[in-house]
Design a protein around this ligand. Structure first.
Ligand SMILES: [Zn+2]
Length: 199
């Protein structure tokens, strides 16, 4: 057991302690104090050095953070601007798709209806014949938009019956033109679905 001498930090008495002892209690004044061994001195120094390094690194990070802050702000602003532009482009495209879809839909409805609307209101048998011919053509080929014909006791989409009606339409009565009233009903999509012919 190797011994070494050291002085009490309180009363100054000379104490003999084991070489590796770190904590000593004085035999004379009963004070307890730690012994600075080379090892724990080196340890403290290393700890201090590491702490200093750590602080320095933190400072550098803080500084870098401060320096790049405006750039990061600009980056964020750019990101938001580009995002807004993309959203606007997207909405514009969507809007145009909806508009053009509606336009083409309206055109379809209009071109479908215009054939009949040409002859609406007070008309002679000629117009009635024309309208009924169009209805027959339509009902033969277009099952999606069948048109009902209402005339006297008839209420039909059947092209045979409509042909009969068409043949029964008279032009004169006592050498005077007979006038018919032609009116239409429209479905929720705007298409004509019913023709009413009244004498
Ligand atoms: Zn002492």
């Amino acid at each position: 057991m190797e011994l070494k001498e050291l002085k009490c930090k309180n009363c100054g008495s000379t104490l003999e302690v084991e070489k590796n002892t770190e904590i000593v209690t004085c035999n004379f004044c009963n004070t307890t104090f730690s012994v600075e061994t080379n090892e724990n001195k080196a340890y403290q120094e290393e700890k201090g050095r590491l702490r200093a390094q750590d602080e320095k690194r933190k400072e550098m990070i803080d500084e870098l953070d401060k320096k790049t802050k405006p750039m990061r702000l600009i980056g964020k602003i750019w990101f938001i601007v580009i995002l807004i532009i993309f959203v606007l482009i997207f909405l514009t495209i969507l809007y145009n798709i909806v508009i053009s879809h509606n336009k083409s839909n309206n055109m379809k409805v209009n071109s479908f209806n215009s054939v009949y609307e040409l002859y609406s209101g007070k008309q002679t048998s000629l117009s009635v014949n024309q309208v009924l011919k169009e209805v027959i053509t339509n009902n033969n080929k277009n099952n999606n938009h069948l048109i009902t014909v209402i005339y006297e006791d008839n209420n039909t989409t059947d092209t045979k019956v409509i042909t009969d009606i068409n043949n029964s339409i008279e032009t004169y009565e006592n050498y005077n033109f007979i006038y018919y009233n032609i009116s239409y009903e429209y479905d929720k999509n705007g298409y004509i679905y019913q023709v009413k012919i009244e004498k």
